[in-house]
Design a protein around this ligand. Structure first.
Ligand code: ADP
Length: 236
């Protein structure tokens, strides 16, 4: 029997921006395999290609050369609609800036991806409630972002990212706007979602403290993977 395809596989991926004099190679041959259930911290200095690789993994951009396979499917061979479908059904996104709709309740923010998916109002309501409960915010469902702390806003954003039950959560500096205590709380939550729900997590971070929550750390330097190592796990 063949071994199952890895969840994510980048092979010899390059990305070149611009042309002629302004040409810049942001990725210079990236090989990366990520299995289902991993929690990977993507690290490296500014300009090393972290965002570029996350955009490719998130199907927001395509490699210039090389291949990206998601659950065995060659992403570059999918058309725009198929890539949008892959994003909608399998990926969840969390950003540093929360990106919540301002005049809209936590509940409605979390329901939004379900609206795009054409779920009924009753299902949207129920699933959003469950997601808010999972991040510990069920009692705040009717509040708008301005009425919530930064940590709570990021919890809403996480609920919105997981309400569709994605296979992969892509997080770009999710604690970049939070103080140390809130950052640890958010990382504990993400770690729990990884542990108990089996959501694969790919997270860009500058902070070694936050990267310690991951099970694997991949460091980029100059558009390539420099080091790739497992984080020793505490045994109970
Ligand atoms: P990181 O996230 O590690 O800071 P990025 O992936 O954002 O790095 O960027 C890698 C390099 O590619 C940087 O030098 C950046 O200036 C360049 N770059 C990123 N996006 C573009 C773009 N759209 N056009 C031109 N250059 C870009």
């Amino acid at each position: 029997m063949n071994a199952p395809a890895p969840l994510i596989e980048l092979a010899a991926v390059t990305k070149t921006y611009g042309q002629g004099q302004a040409m810049f190679q942001a990725l210079r041959g990236v090989d990366l395999r990520i299995d289902s259930g991993e929690f990977v911290a993507v690290m490296g200095p500014s300009g090393s290609g972290k965002s570029t690789v996350m955009n490719i993994l998130g199907c927001l951009d395509t490699p210039t050369t090389g291949s990206y396979r998601f659950m065995g499917a060659a992403v570059e061979q999918l058309d725009r609609d198929q890539r949008a479908m892959l994003r909608r059904n399998y990926l969840g996104f969390v950003f540093q800036g929360f990106n919540l709709l301002a005049r809209t309740s936590a509940q409605e923010n979390v329901e939004l991806p379900l609206l795009y998916r054409g779920e009924t109002a009753a299902d949207r309501h129920r699933l959003a409630r469950e997601a808010l409960e999972l991040v510990g915010l069920d009692r705040w469902a009717d509040h708008t972002p301005a009425e919530l702390s930064g940590g709570q806003q990021q919890r809403v954003a996480i609920a919105r990212a997981i309400v569709t039950q994605p296979k992969v959560l892509l997080a770009d500096e999710p604690t970049g706007n939070l103080d140390t205590q809130r950052s640890h709380e958010i990382m504990t939550l993400i770690r729990e979602l990884n542990d108990t729900r089996g959501i694969t997590v790919l997270m860009v971070t500058h902070e070694p403290d936050m990267a310690e929550f991951a099970s694997r750390q991949v460091h980029f330097v100059d558009g390539k993977v420099d080091t790739d190592s497992l984080v020793p796990q505490e045994t109970a």
